[in-house]
Design a binder for this molecule. Structure first.
Ligand SMILES: NC(=O)c1ccc[n+]([C@@H]2O[C@H](COP(=O)([O-])OP(=O)(O)OC[C@H]3O[C@@H](n4cnc5c(N)ncnc54)[C@H](O)[C@@H]3O)[C@@H](O)[C@H]2O)c1
Ligand SMILES: [Zn+2]
Ligand SMILES: [Zn+2]
Length: 417
C-alpha cells in the first residue's frame, strides 16, 4: 500500500561517509511531544556548519536530513500550546497555527538554568537540527522540539513594531544562525575584561589613566559568518569609536580572493560617515600579519575573531593576538588537538573563548543589526549582498559542491521551487 502523497515531502539528505547529497521524498514529520510545533518551511540556509558533516568530519555514521537554518509558518502545535499555558515561555500561550517563525539552529527550552541566564545553546534539552536524531531544515517541513522556548515569532514581532518590519524572509532567515553567531563573536571579544584598559582608559588594574589608546582587532575568515562578524563588530564599535582618543583598526582576513572582494564590497556600502573613525582593511593572510605588526609596533591584535573552524585559522589567530589578548572563536572545531600548547598560552597570557552561539539570547541584538544593515542583508545577488542566490533542491548537490570549495557565497533553498 502506498502512502498518501499529501503526507510526503522533499528533503535534502546526506549519506555517510562524505560528499554524498541526495534529494529524497520522506514522510512529513508529526507532533511527537506536547511541546512540539510543525513548521512548513519557506526558506532554508546552506551554512559552513553543514560542510563539516558534508566533508565527513563530524563522526556521523547514519544518513540525515540536512540543514539547521529555517524560516516558515506554523502548521501544527502540540497540546502544550493553549491560552491558559501560564508560567511557561510566552509562546506556549500565544503561538498560533499560521504564525510566521524563525528557528535558531539549536533547540532551547527557555526554562532551564542555562536558558534563563542567556546561555541558550547549552540548554539542558539542547539538540541540533540536521543530525540523525533531529531532522534538519533543508526540507519542506520540520518538527521543532520545545517550540515555545525555541522559536521566535515574526508575527508577534510585526505586531509589536506596528507593521514596521518589512524585511524579506531571505533576510530574516539570517537570524536562524549566521547573524547572531557573527554578532556573538564580536560581543564575546568586546565584552572581555581584558579589553577594559583600552575601552575604559584606565591602565590595568584600573589605577592610571591611559592616553593614546589603540584598539586593534582581526576577523579571521570571511565566509558568510565572518562577514556577519565584521558587520556586527563595526556596529558594536560605533559607541567605542565615538571616543576622541581611541583609534580603532580592524583587519579582515581570508585567503580566498572572492571572499575578500565580497567583504570589500560590503564595507564600501556600509563605511560611509564612520570611515574616518575606524580603519578597516581586508587582507590575505601574509599581508594581514604584516599589517597587524606595523599597526601595533609589533605587539599584535587586542582581540581576534576566529570564524573559520580549522587549525590553520587557529594558528593564525594565535600568531595575530598580542599578549593579554583574546581569541573569540566561533568556528566549529573537530577532533584534532588545537595547534598550541599550554606553554604557548602561558607565554602570551592569552584568553580563549570557543563554542556555539546562544542564538535565542542574541536575537534582539542581531535583529537590531539586521534592521540597520538592510543595505547588505536585504538584497540578493548584488555586489554588496551577503545572500548570493535562492535555489531549488534540484541544485542542492551542485550548491554543496560549490560552497565546499568557497566558489559561492550564502545560498538559500526554496523547498517549493
Ligand atoms: N559557533 C557557532 O555557533 C557557529 C554557528 C554558525 C557557523 N559556525 C561556524 O563558522 C565557520 C564559518 O562558517 P561559514 O558559513 O562562514 O563557512 P565558510 O566555509 O563559507 O567560510 C570559512 C572561510 O574561512 C576561510 N579560511 C579557511 N582557512 C582560513 C585561514 N587559515 N585563515 C583565514 N580564513 C580562512 C575560507 O576561505 C572561507 O572563506 C564554520 O566553522 C561554521 O561551522 C559556528
Ligand atoms: Zn548555520
Ligand atoms: Zn533550556
Amino acid at each position: 500500500m502506498s502512502s498518501h502523497p499529501a503526507k510526503m515531502q522533499r528533503v535534502v539528505k546526506w549519506y555517510p561517509p562524505a560528499y554524498d547529497i541526495r534529494v529524497e521524498t520522506v514522510p512529513i514529520p508529526e507532533i511527537v511531544e506536547p511541546d512540539d510545533a510543525i513548521v512548513k518551511i519557506k526558506l532554508a540556509g546552506l551554512c559552513g556548519s553543514d560542510l563539516h558533516i558534508y566533508r565527513g568530519h563530524e563522526d556521523v555514521d547514519a544518513p540525515l536530513i540536512c540543514g539547521h537554518e529555517l524560516i516558515g509558518e506554523v502548521v501544527a502545535l502540540g497540546s502544550s500550546f493553549h491560552p491558559g499555558a501560564t508560567g511557561r515561555p510566552e509562546l506556549y500561550s500565544s503561538l498560533k497555527v499560521g504564525d510566521k517563525v524563525v528557528s535558531p539552529f539549536t533547540v532551547s527550552c527557555g526554562e532551564c538554568h542555562f536558558c534563563r541566564v542567556g546561555f541558550t545553546c547549552r540548554c539542558i534539552h539542547s539538540t541540533l537540527f540536521g543530525i540523525p536524531t533531529l531532522p534538519g531544515g533543508q526540507a519542506q517541513y520540520a518538527r521543532i522540539p520545545k517550540a515555545g522556548g525555541t522559536l521566535f515569532s515574526l508575527t508577534a514581532l510585526a505586531q509589536s513594531t506596528a507593521g514596521a518590519l518589512e524585511i524579506a524572509d531571505s533576510s530574516l532567515l539570517l537570524l536562524a544562525d549566521i547573524l547572531p553567531t557573527g554578532v556573538f563573536a564580536a560581543v564575546q571579544a568586546l565584552q572581555h575584561p581584558k579589553l577594559s584598559p583600552i575601552l575604559t582608559g584606565s591602565a590595568y588594574p584600573s589605577i592610571q589613566s591611559l592616553p593614546n589608546r589603540i584598539l586593534t582587532l582581526a576577523v579571521v575568515g570571511l565566509g558568510p559568518v565572518g562577514v556577519c562578524a565584521a558587520v556586527g563588530l563595526l556596529h558594536l564599535m560605533e559607541d567605542i569609536r565615538a571616543e576622541k582618543d581611541l583609534v580603532c583598526q580592524v583587519v579582515a582576513i581570508d585567503p580566498n580572493e572572492s571572499r575578500r572582494k565580497k567583504m570589500e564590497a560590503i564595507y564600501a556600502k556600509i563605511g560611509g560617515q564612520d570611515k574616518q573613525c575606524c580603519t578597516f582593511v581586508v587582507a590575505a593572510v601574509d599581508e594581514a600579519k604584516e599589517l597587524a605588526k606595523s599597526w601595533t609596533g609589533g605587539a599584535g591584535c587586542n582581540a581576534v575573531l576566529e570564524v573559520v573552524g580549522n587549525n590553520s585559522a587557529l594558528e593564525l589567530a594565535y600568531d595575530l593576538v598580542q599578549p593579554f589578548g583574546i581569541i573569540s572563536s566561533v568556528g566549529v572545531h573537530q577532533a584534532p588537538p588545537i595547534p598550541f600548547t599550554g606553554r604557548d598560552v602561558y607565554n602570551k597570557n592569552a584568553s580563549f573563548d570557543f563554542g556555539r552561539c546562544p542564538v535565542r539570547a542574541m536575537f534582539p541584538l542581531a535583529l537590531e543589526v539586521l534592521i540597520k544593515r538592510q543595505d547588505v542583508f536585504g538584497g540578493i545577488g548584488e555586489d554588496a549582498s551577503l545572500i548570493e542566490k535562492i535555489v531549488s533542491f534540484d541544485q542542492a548537490v551542485e550548491s554543496y559542491g560549490l560552497f565546499d570549495k568557497g566558489k559561492c557565497g550564502k545560498i538559500l533553498f526554496d523547498p517549493w521551487l
